[in-house]
Unconditional design. Structure first.
Length: 173
């Protein structure tokens, strides 16, 4: 486990050390070609290494550090096709280094902190059954409160019938 983490970090550092143009070309090349490990070209599978894929897509760079990191990460002992996990990891590292992740919103740290605080407050309020939370300015309504109140009433009535008494009056909300 520790070795895998170390080799992944080494590969990430090698990707980050590549020129931007090479990373862009490598990303295009990885998407368009079969990728191999342990060799520049593998005639048996028809695959090419990520650096050759980058070279064929305009990224004319020779960085031996990337090739060593890629082979170390994949544990290559002989030429073979890269697994889908290895290719996904490389693609994710390239996208991350190019800041292409569409899931990441570009917001300031202050906006993100405010969003996290609001989500935590809403979660805490829903856990303690804070019914006046919805009345606070800027607070999102908690949809589960009506269901919670109805469940409490139903359980109270059910408990009263099980005891043989009249239903207890519902609590004021």
């Amino acid at each position: 486990m520790r070795r895998r983490r170390r080799t992944t970090r080494t590969l990430r550092e090698a990707v980050d050390a590549l020129p931007r143009r090479t990373r862009e070309a490598m990303l295009r090349g990885v998407e368009m070609n079969r990728i191999v490990v342990g060799a520049y070209v593998d005639p048996r599978s028809g695959g090419i290494c990520p650096m050759l894929a980058a070279h064929r897509n305009g990224g004319r760079t020779s960085v031996a550090g990337f090739a060593r990191a890629w082979d170390e990460y994949t544990g290559a002992r002989r030429p073979r096709r890269a697994t889908s996990r290895e290719v996904r990891t490389l693609r994710a590292l390239l996208e991350q280094s190019l800041d292409l992740d569409p899931a990441i919103e570009h917001a300031s740290i202050a906006e993100l902190a405010d969003q996290v605080r609001a989500e935590r407050e809403q979660l805490a309020a829903s856990r303690r059954g804070d019914r006046d939370h919805a009345c606070r300015p800027g607070a999102a309504p908690l949809a589960d409160l009506d269901l919670l109140a109805a469940t409490e009433v139903a359980l109270a009535e059910q408990g009263a019938w099980a005891r043989g008494g009249a239903p207890e009056p519902a609590r004021a909300t």
